[in-house]
Design a protein around this ligand. Structure first.
Ligand SMILES: [Fe+2]
Ligand SMILES: [Fe+2]
Length: 290
């Protein structure tokens, strides 16, 4: 198994703070959705990292240990870069800081419990609950990442080149490390039912929650959006029909089988192609690596 490569990146978000507010396909709804996702990523990825880091000392397999280090490095870097983008989005009027604030409450609780009860054998069910959440979320992101990278029509929707660069780099690395947390989960011996239950929740509630947050984001921060309820409705339908979601539910389904493993979905060719395209000798992002 390959160890995920950590790439320290430098994007130029601050270079163009006056970017088009509706940077995603010129759509108010789609742009708010992308802003929400970008806002959720850093605190969400911190939850992923904490849920895995708790078990580093009990993993015996040296290869898995190295892959976990690569996973943590990649997720930490994603968080850093999305935080930078979120600053720009906040300056453009998106409520990205709210998510950081809201998800900060689980960070406080987790950090307190980790300090008070450092052994992963304590509070087992709660810790398994977080690991199961991470495994399901990682599959959710891997399916998404695959869709973003393999569909030229999704690529064409991202107007802002630097936001597209960030999303492509992030998507590639999500595919590179898609099986790491799953392998930790198996190594720890967490019951399969925990991750499956989480996936059912993500499948049923993931998109409705995102739509709700998107509407809330528009209602509270976007005068232009508030003035055009029919446009919002129309764009919501368009967003749900976006090729980004094509085959989403069917790709999610195999996860619910007990013998599922992320590598059963073969993305090696897609990953190799994008590694070359972004980070090969004449790669689009070769100049973005620090
Ligand atoms: Fe990530
Ligand atoms: Fe990830």
């Amino acid at each position: 198994m390959t160890v995920p490569t950590v790439r320290r990146m430098k994007f130029g978000f601050a270079a163009h703070p006056d970017a088009n507010r509706y940077f995603a396909d010129g759509s108010i709804v789609f742009s708010h959705l992308v802003a929400i996702l970008s806002a959720i990523f850093p605190p969400g990825e911190d939850i992923f990292v904490r849920s895995v880091r708790r078990y580093v000392d009990v993993i015996d397999d040296p290869d898995l240990k190295k892959r976990v280090t690569g996973f943590i490095g990649q997720e930490k870097t994603h968080g850093l870069q999305h935080r930078e983008l979120n600053e720009q989005l906040a300056a453009m009027g998106y409520p990205t800081a709210w998510f950081e604030y809201l998800l900060g409450s689980t960070e406080r609780m987790e950090k307190f419990l980790d300090k008070q009860y450092p052994s992963p054998d304590r509070l087992r069910r709660l810790r398994h609950f977080f690991l199961g959440f991470t495994v399901a979320a990682e599959h959710f992101t891997a399916v998404w990442a695959e869709n973003i990278l393999k569909r030229p029509e999704v690529q064409a929707m991202m107007y802002d080149p630097e936001i597209r660069n960030l999303l492509n780099w992030h998507a590639l690395e999500e595919l590179e490390h898609k099986s790491v947390v799953f392998d930790v989960y198996r190594a720890i011996g967490v019951p399969e039912s925990t991750r499956i239950r989480w996936m059912r929740f993500a499948q049923n509630c993931g998109i409705p929650i995102l739509v709700l947050f998107t509407w809330l984001s528009i209602a509270t921060t976007d005068v232009e959006g508030r003035r055009q309820p029919f446009r919002i409705l129309k764009e919501t339908v368009q967003m749900l029909r976006n090729p980004m979601w094509k085959g989403f539910y069917s790709d999610m389904r195999p996860f619910n089988k007990r013998d599922f493993h992320p590598d059963q979905i073969d993305t090696t060719e897609l990953v190799a192609r994008w590694q070359q395209e972004l980070f090969g000798t004449a790669g689009q992002l070769a100049g973005h690596v620090r």
